[in-house]
Design a protein around this ligand. Structure first.
Ligand code: SF4
Length: 261
């Protein structure tokens, strides 16, 4: 495969879906990633909260002391307490926090799981979505993250975690709303659907990477940080009116590890 990437992430497919031309700018032409959240209201504080929470969660599941990390925000300790209540550490379970998995398939794929939990013959993936708004099930259901994460884990569970499973789930959890997780369990029919969706998107992305045409999607322009490249105009007010980092609209801080892919 030509172009800048050889392995696809949910971020690449999400960018392609937003605008094929934006995908080309980043993944073929090599323009630097502009983090959309830099343009948002309150974004810096939510990015910091997200980073600290991920670090606290990683230490907790590695059974490292968490008391040494003083979160840079007042809710931090309460969020960690909610996490401990939601997923208490058990001797008979195995935890793999912050785990990047690459899947060699028709199209190479990668995913970065916040947590992989092996319990009672099941594999459950977790993604921490730190934000001021409750999770939205419908949007998460069709998000590229759900599609790519479940396919990658289904294909690579045995190799990376030493176990296959008949039950593979992905749980999105926001510590601000600890009682409202959103869970998707992979079924044979959803696996087929997800694989088809990936093949279709990857084939289009590959064409662009190999020099094919990348059509603009003008409906995304008002919020696109590459607007200046297309129109010579800076971002409009709409972009700055956006609220804090939004998990489903643009880059969230935990996509950062997947941005090169
Ligand atoms: S400004 Fe519009 S057409 Fe240009 S890359 Fe962004 S979304 Fe696509």
């Amino acid at each position: 495969m030509s172009g800048n990437i050889r392995t696809f992430s949910q971020k690449a497919f999400h960018t392609f879906e937003q605008c094929p031309l934006k995908f080309r700018y980043v993944y073929r032409d090599g323009l630097a990633w502009l983090r959309e959240y830099h343009f948002r209201k309150n974004s810096a504080q939510w990015v910091k909260r997200g980073q600290d929470f991920h670090l606290m969660a990683e230490r907790y599941f590695l059974r490292l002391p968490t008391a040494q990390l003083t979160p840079a925000f007042p809710e931090g300790e309460a969020w960690l307490a909610s996490l401990k209540e939601c997923i208490p550490l058990r001797e008979e379970e195995t935890y793999f926090p912050e785990c990047q998995v690459v899947c060699e398939w028709d199209y190479p794929l990668m995913a970065t799981f916040d947590l992989v939990r092996l319990h009672a013959g099941r594999i459950t993936l977790y993604d921490w979505k730190v934000g001021a708004h409750p999770l939205r099930t419908r949007a998460l259901k069709k998000s590229w993250q759900t599609v790519v994460y479940l396919v990658v884990a289904e294909r690579e569970g045995k190799r990376y975690f030493g176990t296959g499973t008949n039950e593979l789930s992905l749980v999105y959890w926001n510590p601000v709303f600890p009682d409202s997780p959103v869970t998707f369990t992979l079924s044979p029919s959803s696996l087929q659907r997800y694989q088809r969706r990936i093949r279709e998107a990857a084939s289009c992305c590959k064409e662009i990477l190999e020099g094919g045409e990348a059509l603009p999607n003008h409906s995304h322009c008002p919020l696109c940080p590459y607007r200046y490249c297309c129109t010579g105009e800076p971002l409009g007010e709409a972009a700055f009116e956006q609220e804090e980092v939004s998990w489903d609209a643009e880059v969230s801080w935990d996509d950062i590890t997947e941005i090169p892919f």
